[in-house]
Design a protein around this ligand. Structure first.
Ligand code: NAD
Length: 486
C-alpha cells in the first residue's frame, strides 16, 4: 500500500489534521493508498518554504546554474523511468505503451527544453536619441515573479505538471504544486527526484488535496502566491480567476475544449480515419486536445463514418501492462458516470450510435473498474448539448458538410477554442482553413504533434495566455526596462 504525503521544504509530511482521502486504481477500483489532504496549515507551510527558498541559495543561482540543475532533474526522471511509468499507469490506468511514449518522456523533456530555451534567450535593448545628443540605453531585465501556484488535472499528470514547473523553475521562481486528487503519485515522486538532484528545499513543494474547501482553494487564496498557473475545466478556471483577482495576481489558464476535426474529400482517407481514431480515442478520450466534433465533406461522409466506427469497435480495452491494450479505463467511476450520462443524453437528443455507447464486458475484478466503450455518433443537431459541451471521454459526433466556408463556420461554432485538425491534401485549402479557425493550435494532417518551442494555449473559453517556448517568459517573469542615460 502506498501512502501519499505532501512534499514541503524538501520533506515528506503527513497533514497536521491527519485527514486523508483514498487514491483508487481505475482499472478495478482497488485501493492504492491514502493521500493526505492538505489544509490551510500545509498550504501556509509550503508557501513560506517557497518564499524562503527565493531568498536562499536558489535565488542566488545564475541562469546557467539553474538550467544545469534542471537538466539533472530531466536526467534523473529518465534514470527512474520505470518508477514514474508504474506510478502514472497505476494512478490513471492508461496503457504503458502510451505513457512510455508520451507522458514520461515529456516529463523529462519539459525540464530540458525550458532550461535550454531560457538559458539562450536574449533580452531586448534599444539605443535611444536624446536632445543633448548623448543618448540613452534601454535594456530589458527579467526577474522571477516569486512563488507560483501550479494547479493540475489528472489526464496527463506528470506531463502537464512539468510543462509548468519546468519553465517556472528555469525562470528562477519557486513553486507550490497542487496535483489532481485523482493522481498524486508522480508529483510525489518528483519530490524525491528534486532531493536526489540537490534542488534546494522549498524550491519545489507539493500539497495534496481537493479543490473547493481544500488545498486547491487555500492555495489560490493565499496572499503569498504571486501568480497562478492552472490547467483544468473552464468552470474551475473561472473560480480561480476570482481568487486571483484579490491582490491582482497574474494567471495563466489552460482549460477545456470541444475540438473539431475538418475532413475534406481531398484528404488521404486512410490517414484521416487513422488520425481521427487517434485524436478521438487516445488516452480514452481524456486529452484536452481530443476531437469530439468531426465534420466530413459529403462525398466521403458515409465511408468515413463506417471506417471510423469499425476502427472504434476494434479498439481493445485492457490492463496497462498488456501489450495488446489499446485503451484503459476512464480516470474514475465518478467520471464514467458523467461520460455515460452524455451517452444517454446523446441518444435522447436523437443520435444514431455507430459504435460503442456503453460499457465493455470486462472479466472478473475489472468489472469494478471505470471502463467505457469508444463511441461514434451521427445525426445530432448543431445545438445538441452532446455537440456543444465538453464530455472528456472517448466519443465523437460526425456531421456532414458541403462547402469549405460551411466547414469553417461549423468548426468555429463553439464557446471553446483550444485545438482543431484539418485533413486535406490541398495545401492551399488546408492552410486557409487552419488560419480561419479560432483556436490556439491548428494541426494539418496530424494531431498532438508538439514542438516545445512553440506557443501552447487556447482561444475563447479554452484559456488565457500562452505557455511553451519563450512564451512562458511573459508569465513566469517580470520584465523591467532599465533606462541608462549616457
Ligand atoms: P478540474 O478543473 O476539475 O480540476 C483541475 C485541478 O483544479 C485539480 O487539481 C482540482 O483539485 C483543482 N480545483 C478544483 N476546484 C478548485 C478550486 N475551487 N480552487 C482551486 N483548485 C481547484 O479539471 P480535471 O477534471 O482535473 O481535468 C479535466 C479538465 O482539464 C478538462 O476540462 C480538460 O479539457 C482540461 N484540460 C485542459 C488542458 C489544456 O492544456 N488546455 C490540458 C489538460 C486538461
Amino acid at each position: 500500500m502506498n501512502e501519499f504525503r505532501h512534499f514541503i521544504n524538501g520533506e515528506f509530511l503527513a497533514s497536521a489534521s491527519g485527514q486523508s482521502f483514498e487514491n483508487r486504481d481505475p482499472v478495478d477500483n482497488s485501493l492504492i493508498g491514502p493521500v493526505y489532504e492538505g489544509g490551510e496549515a500545509e498550504v501556509a507551510a509550503a508557501v513560506e518554504a517557497a518564499q524562503l527558498a527565493l531568498k536562499g541559495p536558489w535565488g542566488k543561482l545564475g541562469q546557467a546554474q539553474r538550467s544545469a540543475l534542471l537538466m539533472k532533474v530531466a536526467d534523473r526522471i529518465e534514470a527512474r523511468f520505470e518508477d514514474f511509468l508504474t506510478a502514472e499507469c497505476r494512478d490513471t490506468g492508461k496503457p504503458r505503451s502510451l505513457a512510455s511514449k508520451i507522458d514520461i518522456p515529456r516529463g523529462a523533456a519539459n525540464f530540458r527544453a525550458f532550461a535550454e530555451v531560457l538559458a539562450n534567450h536574449p533580452n531586448e535593448t534599444f539605443r535611444m536619441d536624446t536632445p543633448d545628443g548623448a543618448g540613452a540605453l534601454n535594456y530589458g531585465q527579467r526577474s522571477p515573479k516569486g512563488v507560483i501556484a501550479v494547479i493540475c488535472p489528472w489526464n496527463l499528470p506528470l506531463l502537464l505538471l512539468t510543462f509548468k514547473v519546468g519553465p517556472a523553475l528555469a525562470c528562477g521562481n519557486t513553486v507550490v504544486v497542487k496535483p489532481s486528487e485523482e493522481t498524486p503519485a508522480t508529483a510525489t515522486l518528483l519530490g524525491e527526484v528534486m532531493n536526489e538532484c540537490g534542488v534546494p528545499p522549498g524550491v519545489f513543494n507539493v500539497v495534496h488535496g481537493l479543490g473547493p474547501g481544500s488545498a486547491g482553494e487555500y492555495l489560490t487564496r493565499h496572499p503569498g502566491i504571486n501568480a497562478i498557473t492552472f490547467t483544468g475545466e473552464t468552470r474551475t478556471g473561472e473560480i480561480i480567476m476570482k481568487a486571483a483577482s484579490v491582490g491582482l495576481r497574474n494567471i495563466s489558464m489552460e482549460c477545456g475544449g470541444k475540438n473539431p476535426a475538418l475532413v475534406f474529400a481531398d484528404c488521404d482517407l486512410d490517414k484521416a480515419v487513422a488520425g481521427t481514431l487517434r485524436s478521438s480515442f487516445l488516452n480514452t478520450g481524456q486529452v484536452c486536445l481530443c476531437t469530439e466534433r468531426v465534420y466530413v465533406q459529403r462525398p466521403i461522409f458515409d465511408e468515413f463514418v463506417a471506417r471510423l466506427a469499425e476502427g472504434a469497435r476494434a479498439l481493445k480495452p485492457g490492463l496497462p501492462a498488456d501489450e495488446h491494450t489499446d485503451y484503459g479505463p476512464l480516470i474514475s467511476l465518478g467520471h464514467r458516470e458523467k461520460v455515460l450520462s452524455y451517452y444517454e443524453l446523446a441518444r435522447a437528443e436523437g443520435a444514431e450510435v455507430h459504435a460503442g455507447g456503453g460499457v465493455p464486458d470486462m472479466a472478473d475484478a475489472l468489472r469494478e473498474g471505470a471502463w467505457i466503450e469508444p463511441t461514434v455518433w451521427t445525426g445530432l443537431s448543431t445545438d445538441a448539448r452532446a455537440v456543444r459541451e465538453e464530455i472528456f471521454g472517448p466519443c465523437c459526433h460526425v456531421h456532414p458538410f458541403d462547402e469549405e466556408d460551411e466547414a469553417i463556420a461549423l468548426g468555429n461554432d463553439t464557446n471553446y477554442g483550444l485545438a482543431a485538425t484539418v485533413w486535406s491534401e490541398n495545401a492551399a485549402r488546408a492552410t486557409r482553413v487552419a488560419e480561419a479557425l479560432d483556436v490556439g493550435i491548428a494541426w494539418v494532417n496530424t494531431w498532438f504533434l508538439r514542438d516545445l518551442r512553440t506557443a501552447f494555449g487556447g482561444a475563447k473559453q479554452s484559456g488565457i495566455g500562452r505557455e511553451g517556448g519563450i512564451h512562458g517568459l511573459e508569465f513566469y517573469t517580470e520584465l523591467k526596462n532599465v533606462c541608462v542615460k549616457l
